[in-house]
Design a protein around this ligand. Structure first.
Ligand SMILES: [Zn+2]
Length: 135
């Protein structure tokens, strides 16, 4: 259940930022999810909701998917890729085992299957909105 740990990280980061910015209330929390991250969005949303603190009791959680960005190790070409472009079966294989991407994907410029994932993994806090204290 790593969604719970990820949600905990988002909540604690949001809390820290709110303290730094002296917010008395958080109204919106935007979370970005790399498309190669193996995650169940519904569980993550549920986990975020369950871990709300009083500071964010009315906050809206917005989850954004970030397409993977890949870089060819041979020619340096960078390209964006969404597992959904490949059809459901392959998409699921890649979500489940991101390393499987190498079986299905090739550099659009030179055709090499030797690439690295530059973006597209992880879950992170993108931004928070809130109300300042004493305003
Ligand atoms: Zn290439």
């Amino acid at each position: 259940m790593h969604e719970w740990a990820l949600a905990e990280g988002v909540v604690s980061t949001a809390t820290r930022i709110a303290e730094e910015q002296e917010l008395k209330e958080i109204t919106e929390i935007t979370v970005r999810i790399g498309e190669l991250q193996q995650i169940d969005r519904e569980i993550l949303e549920f986990a975020l909701d369950q871990q709300r603190t009083p500071l964010m009791r009315n906050a809206k959680f917005t989850l954004e998917s970030i397409p993977a960005k890949l870089r060819c190790r041979v020619c340096g070409e960078e390209w964006r890729f969404s597992p959904d472009d490949l059809g459901e079966e392959i998409s699921e294989a890649i979500h489940f085992v991101p390393e499987m991407a190498h079986v299905y994907l090739k550099c659009p410029r030179c055709g090499s299957p030797d690439f690295e994932v530059v973006e597209g993994r992880g879950v992170w806090l993108a931004s928070i909105k809130g109300v300042k204290d004493g305003g």
